[in-house]
Every structure is written in structure tokens, then in C-alpha cells.
Write a protein that binds this ligand. Structure first.
Ligand code: HEC
Ligand code: HEC
Ligand code: HEC
Length: 416
């Protein structure tokens, strides 16, 4: 019986997914917005507010503050583009299926979560279910927070109860049909969350305390895989379903016009813990170069506040993560960029874009001088936006993506 229910919800999700294909143009627009927004907004890092611990346990509030910082709650729950009040929500988050606004999580009793009980808070954070019984979207990382201990959650709640209350109504989500129907999240939950739920974090007795602390921070509070793991997707990586593929844990994925690097053992084995910690404390990428985009926010809003021991623990854990590296065609840089930025138009041949792998559509392009083709893509032509919206891509990155598309047109690469 259970199996059957699971199957039915799976089908419901797939129906929803199929309907999404008919609205691909809307999606494409949203993807474009997702891909460009990070590069347009100049970095602004909200400040943590002063707390009022009157009538509360100050030590618990302090611990909660540290954990809230490790969870990077402030980045999503503050409307930074409009310099909104901290933790008052209203940050628009563009998903391929529409826009979600983060809610107000200040202790205001009417518009925030001031009336919530500890139990309601724990259910929201670990099960993704609201006090009214609604299912949250996976844009709220409850998938990861389900690993948190109840003690830690109680501390986070104590902290959130002691920050300034802001009276600000949460904004209404603008999700496309049928994704506006929250019950459809049941399909998602059945397919991706069920096996994760209720597991909590299980320490590995064979590992050190530091390793276990690192694993708890990375896989739980820090929700690093939300950006750093390839997600299950519909059709192309530019339509992610917000569910990490566990076997590819932390092997890298495109996000908001950037590539969140592979941070598993296959990339970090020979890098020292100290050098990894410098990524967080000095904004320095492993190969040199400055950390940019969403990771800069993670560093400044979250990781910068953590103790050296915790950052070292994170580095220790990352170096040990053994994941399957995704199949060759999707790790080739050209393929990754194609999947992340170009497929939204080229997979189906939308708006006159030559369709991926279709020899007829590419015939004339294959006969043209390749330098001219590169230039057309880098500078844009007709309906083809400059760099195909990948503003963080270098010219060399774009050439690799073009090469990948050209070889597919010649029938040299398996289409997928
Ligand atoms: C990646 C962005 C993101 C991060 C990080 C994040 N949240 Fe959220 N959170 C959301 C979104 C989006 C929603 C609304 C989901 C929906 O409407 O289905 C939400 C909802 C919530 C809710 C439910 C509020 C309500 O009114 O129903 C609570 C409580 C919450 N978050 C607390 C936290 C805490 C505590 C942290 C840090 C430990 C955190 N969130 C980190 C995006 C985020
Ligand atoms: C909101 C998305 C996001 C989240 C969450 C996130 N990262 Fe990142 N991370 C990125 C992006 C994007 C880059 C690449 C930055 C660049 O190219 O400038 C990156 C880069 C890195 C790097 C540098 C790798 C290198 O080769 O130089 C490390 C290490 C890293 N992240 C670790 C983490 C850890 C640990 C967490 C969780 C605590 C985390 N990240 C959470 C998006 C994210
Ligand atoms: C918003 C939709 C869109 C995106 C995203 C997009 N393209 Fe295009 N692309 C087009 C369209 C439309 C054309 C046809 C332009 C024309 O012929 O005027 C095109 C044409 C091309 C061509 C042929 C150029 C020529 O000389 O005729 C190449 C190669 C190409 N795109 C590569 C890419 C790459 C690489 C990316 C990702 C980095 C990308 N595209 C992203 C819409 C898109």
C-alpha cells in the first residue's frame, strides 16, 4: 500500500514536471534572472543585530547566535538588495518554477514567528512542515537542517526570540501553476526527502571528534551541498529540483552564474586544511583568485564568524568526502557550462537557438570560421545573449562550451 502511495505521488510530481515543459519560456526567463542577479548586485553583508536577553538564558542565546551564523540564516532571511531589516525576510528567490519570498523569522507575534512553540519550530526546521501543516519548498534547506540536534534547534530558537521584532508581512510567493500547490511537494518529499528524514546526524565512531563536527556543519547547518552538489533535474541542469544527488556529494554545480567548485576529496586531497580555511577567512580560492558571488556571502555572513577549530573541522571533513565524480561528459568544463547556462535555450532550440545535437541546425555554423562563432557567442548575436548569460565565464570557458556544442553537432558527443 505504502509503495503504491509513493508511486502515485511520484507520478503527480512527474505530471507537474511535464507541465513545466510547456512553460519553458517563462522558466527560461527566470533562469536568466537567476544567472544574472548575482553578478549585478554589489556585495552587501547585513549586520547581526544586538540581542535582548532579558528573562532569557544568555548562554543559550549566545550558543544559538553562533549556530544561526553557522546556518547562514541571515543571507536568505534578509532582503539585502533593498537593505531590508535583518531576519525580516522578503528576499526574492528565483527558482525555475517561480519566485519564492523568504518569510519574516523575527519574534514579531503577528508577522514573524514570535508565537511559535519550540515544537513547531523543530517541526518546521527538521520536517519542512509549517504550524498550519503546509509543506515548505526545498528553497528552505530543511532537507539539511533535519540533521540538527534538538538541543541546537532550541538554542537557535532562543536566539531568534531575542533579536528585534520587525513588523513586516511576509510577501506572497509567485510560483507558476502547478508549483503553487504546496501539496505537490508531497511528491518531492516522497522521492527525495523520505530517506533523509528522521535520520538526524549519526556520528561516525571510527572518525575523530573534529571530523564529526565538520561533517555535522557541512551536511547539516552549513547546507553546503545545496550549492556544491549536482541536483536531480528535469531535462537539463538548468531546471534543478533542489535535491542533491548523494553519490555526487559536493562534486560541484552551477549556481547563479557561478560554478560552485568541487569541494570533495577528488579536488581537495592534496590541499592542506590551512589553505582550505583561507578560502573562508581570506576569500582566497584554492588556485589563487578572489572568492566571488554567493560564496562571498557565505564567507561574510556565516563562515567568518566560526571558530578556527570549526573551520578546520570543516576542511578536515571535506578532504575525506569520497564521491563518485559525475560521468565524463558532464564534468568536462564545456559540458558543465552548457548544462548550466546554454541548455535552457539550446536543448529544445527555443527562439531560433540551434538545437543541441541537431546536425541540420548546425550545418552552416560548422562551415563558418570557428573564431567568428566564438566571437558571436562572446559578444552576443540576435536572440543569443552575450556569453549566453554566463557573465562569470571567461572567454576560454565559453570557447569550451562552444566546442562541446560543435562536437555534439558533428555527432562526436553522446547527447544527453
Ligand atoms: C537558502 C535560503 C535559506 C536559508 C539558508 C535559510 N532559510 Fe529559512 N526559509 C527559506 C525560505 C525560502 C522559506 C520559505 C519556504 C516556503 O515558503 O515554502 C524559509 C522558511 C523558514 C521558516 C518558516 C517560517 C514561516 O513563517 O513559516 C523558518 C522558521 C526558517 N526558515 C528558519 C530558518 C533558520 C533558523 C535558518 C538558519 C539555520 C534558515 N531558515 C536558513 C530560505 C532559507
Ligand atoms: C549559496 C551557494 C553556496 C553555498 C551555500 C556554499 N558555497 Fe562554497 N562556493 C560557492 C561558489 C559559487 C563557489 C565558487 C566561488 C568563485 O568562483 O568565486 C564556492 C567556492 C567554495 C570553495 C573554494 C573552492 C576552490 O577550489 O577554491 C570552498 C572550499 C567552498 N566553497 C566551501 C564551502 C563550504 C564548506 C560550504 C558550506 C559551509 C559552502 N562552500 C557553501 C557557492 C556556495
Ligand atoms: C536565451 C537563449 C540562449 C542562451 C541562454 C544561449 N543561447 Fe546560444 N543562441 C541562441 C540563439 C537565439 C541563437 C541564434 C542566434 C542567431 O542566429 O541570430 C544562438 C546561437 C548560438 C551559436 C551559433 C552562433 C553562430 O555563429 O551562428 C552558438 C555556438 C551558441 N549559440 C552557443 C551558446 C553557448 C555556448 C551558450 C551558453 C554559454 C548559449 N549559446 C546560450 C540563444 C541562446
Amino acid at each position: 500500500m505504502k509503495k503504491r502511495i509513493r508511486f502515485i505521488f511520484g507520478i503527480l510530481l512527474l505530471v507537474a514536471a511535464t507541465m513545466a515543459l510547456y512553460t519553458v519560456l517563462t522558466i527560461q526567463n527566470n533562469v536568466k534572472q537567476m544567472n544574472t542577479e548575482a553578478s549585478q548586485t554589489s556585495p552587501y553583508f547585513p549586520e547581526y543585530p544586538a540581542v535582548n536577553t532579558q528573562g532569557k538564558n544568555p548562554a543559550l542565546v549566545k550558543r544559538g547566535e553562533y549556530l544561526t551564523k553557522a546556518g547562514d540564516c541571515i543571507t536568505c532571511h534578509t532582503n539585502t538588495p533593498e537593505k531590508g531589516a535583518v531576519f525580516a525576510g522578503a528576499l526574492p528567490m528565483h527558482t525555475p518554477f517561480g519566485t519564492i519570498y523568504s518569510p519574516n523569522i523575527t519574534p514579531d507575534k503577528e508577522t514573524g514567528i514570535g508565537n511559535w512553540t519550540e515544537e513547531q519550530f523543530i517541526t518546521a526546521m527538521t520536517k519542512g512542515i509549517s504550524p498550519q501543516g503546509h509543506y515548505y519548498y526545498p528553497a528552505f534547506p530543511y532537507y539539511y537542517f533535519s540533521k540538527l540536534t534538538h538541543d541546537d534547534l532550541i538554542a537557535i530558537k532562543a536566539y531568534l526570540d531575542s533579536i528585534p521584532a520587525v513588523h513586516e508581512e511576509s510577501r506572497k510567493n509567485e510560483m507558476m501553476k502547478p508549483f503553487n500547490l504546496r501539496f505537490l511537494q508531497l511528491g518531492w518529499r516522497e522521492m527525495f526527502f523520505r530517506s533523509q528524514e528522521l535520520q538526524g546526524y549519526k556520528p561516525d565512531a571510527k572518525q575523530t571528534t573534529s571530523w564529526n563536527r565538520g561533517a555535522y556543519l557541512v551536511e547539516g547547518l552549513g547546507h553546503c551541498a545545496m550549492c556544491h552538489s549536482p541536483s536531480y533535474h528535469i531535462l537539463t541542469q538548468s531546471l534543478p529540483l533542489g535535491a542533491p544527488i548523494k553519490k555526487y556529494n559536493l562534486t560541484g554545480a552551477p549556481i547563479q552564474g557561478y560554478l560552485a567548485s568541487n569541494i570533495s576529496q577528488s579536488h581537495l586531497a592534496s590541499i592542506s586544511e590551512a589553505e582550505i580555511v583561507k578560502v573562508f577567512t581570506e576569500d582566497r580560492l584554492i588556485g589563487g583568485g578572489k572568492v566571488k558571488g554567493p560564496m562571498l556571502e557565505v564567507n561574510h555572513d556565516s563562515l567568518r564568524y566560526l571558530s578556527h577549530d570549526d573551520l578546520y573541522a570543516i576542511a578536515t571533513y571535506l578532504k575525506s568526502v569520497k564521491s563518485v565524480t559525475p560521468s565524463k561528459s558532464s564534468v568536462a568544463p564545456g559540458a558543465t557550462i552548457y548544462e548550466g547556462y546554454c541548455a535552457s535555450c539550446h536543448a529544445l532550440g527555443i527562439g531560433g537557438a540551434p538545437k543541441f545535437g541537431d546536425p541540420a541546425a548546425w550545418d552552416a555554423i560548422l562551415k563558418a570560421k570557428v573564431d567568428g562563432v566564438y566571437a558571436n557567442v562572446i559578444h552576443g548575436m540576435g536572440g543569443m545573449p552575450a556569453k549566453g548569460t554566463c557573465l562569470s565565464c571567461s572567454d576560454a570557458d565559453i570557447k569550451q562550451a562552444v566546442d562541446y556544442m560543435l562536437s555534439a553537432a558533428r555527432g562526436e558527443t553522446g547527447t544527453q
